[in-house]
Design a protein around this ligand. Structure first.
Ligand code: FES
Length: 345
């Protein structure tokens, strides 16, 4: 008879067999533990290990575990930060706008407001197309409307979904939306500096975090590093000008390729411009996996908390190859977001 372990999650207690995956144990006991991919990729199942030991599934900080990857080997006390319960709703496309040659802005209208935290993401299934993950973001211009959700989607010529935007997917197209998911969301009540690093359409969730942070505390010390590969893809300049009006905000725009259009734009990698970090900093990053990983390593070395939202890109894929790449990626432990699909860096 397998040994059982007592697990307390957010004050609720259940028993799991020693050696069981934590998430399986919770779900089999009827305990709602947030999850999505069940493959160690999306981070939706991250919980804080307050007491006890698990085998596997720990993240770089050591005190946060992926419930879908951690095996129960002792009694445990766990906590998860409160997030809105995932739900689903039907929506329709009400606006499609070209933000850059390779980025489309998509606006959805919902029958009722959709609860999510700034930086979280959703799954969208445009009718007749496979489901993909994208992050809702604050509008680049004007005020928000709680029945509208805005997304920035990188268009890939062979992307099963993104290539159809504006052709097979037009205004009025029906969309099933589910979520929210993800752990790289704005944490209020942080008194220290917030450092945000975004590349490509990783700007979408990070713009939400930045707006959430500055709305909470307009005087706060905030550094926002925003990068794109090409100058034409740097679509967020107008939004950045709005944020720059706040007194303690530093914005560092970076374009990977060399350019001579403006001396304001830096060249190189976003990590080249990271300020010296300290344990009092809170860091968020979204975009290319190599970049988010590099930022996370620098933050960990400085003792700063860091939340990452890596996107992975598979340009040139056809649908089947894309599916295979995603599955292989999950089992490799590579980042969760497959481009076309998953919003792109
Ligand atoms: S459900 Fe565990 S990482 Fe996605």
């Amino acid at each position: 008879m397998p040994k059982t372990c007592k697990v307390t999650f957010n004050g609720e207690t259940f028993y799991a067999n020693c050696g069981d995956m934590l998430l399986d144990g919770a779900l089999m006991s009827g305990v709602e533990m947030p999850h999505d991919c069940r493959s160690g990729v999306c981070g939706a199942c991250k919980v804080r290990l307050v007491n006890g030991k698990v085998y596997g599934g720990t993240d770089a900080s050591g005190d946060t575990i992926y419930a879908c990857q951690a095996r129960v080997i002792s009694d445990l006390t766990l906590e998860a930060e409160p997030t809105p319960d995932p739900t689903s709703a039907m929506a329709r496309v009400v606006d499609l706008v070209r933000l850059a040659p390779d980025v489309v802005g998509v606006t959805l209208e919902l029958p009722r407001p959709f609860a999510y935290l700034p930086g979280q993401y959703c799954k969208l299934q445009f009718r007749g197309f496979p489901a993909r993950c994208y992050s809702p973001t604050y509008p680049l211009q004007g005020a928000p409307d709680d029945r509208l959700l805005h997304f920035h989607i990188r268009r890939l010529p062979s992307g099963a979904v993104s290539s159809a935007l504006g052709s097979k997917i037009r205004i009025g197209h029906r969309v099933r939306l589910s979520g929210p998911f993800g752990s790289a969301f704005h944490r209020p009540n942080h008194l220290g500096r917030i450092v945000i690093v975004a590349s490509g359409t990783g700007f979408a969730p990070m713009w939400s975090v930045a707006v959430g942070a500055i709305t909470e505390r307009p005087q706060r010390d905030l550094v926002l590093i925003v990068a794109s590969r090409k100058l034409q893809s740097f679509y967020m300049d107008g939004a950045l000008c709005r944020l720059a009006l706040f007194p303690n905000v530093t914005i560092i725009p970076v374009v990977s390729e060399q350019q001579s259009v403006s001396s304001v734009l830096r060249s190189g990698r976003p990590t080249d411009y990271l300020p010296d970090l300290s344990p009092s900093d809170l860091v968020y990053t979204a975009g290319a996996p190599a970049m988010t990983e590099a930022v996370a390593k620098i933050a960990a070395a400085a003792g700063a908390r860091c939340y990452t939202d890596p996107f992975v890109s598979n340009p040139g894929e056809d649908e089947q190859a894309g599916l295979i790449a995603r599955v292989v990626g999950w089992f490799d432990g590579s980042p969760r977001k497959n481009e076309d699909e998953l919003h792109a860096a």
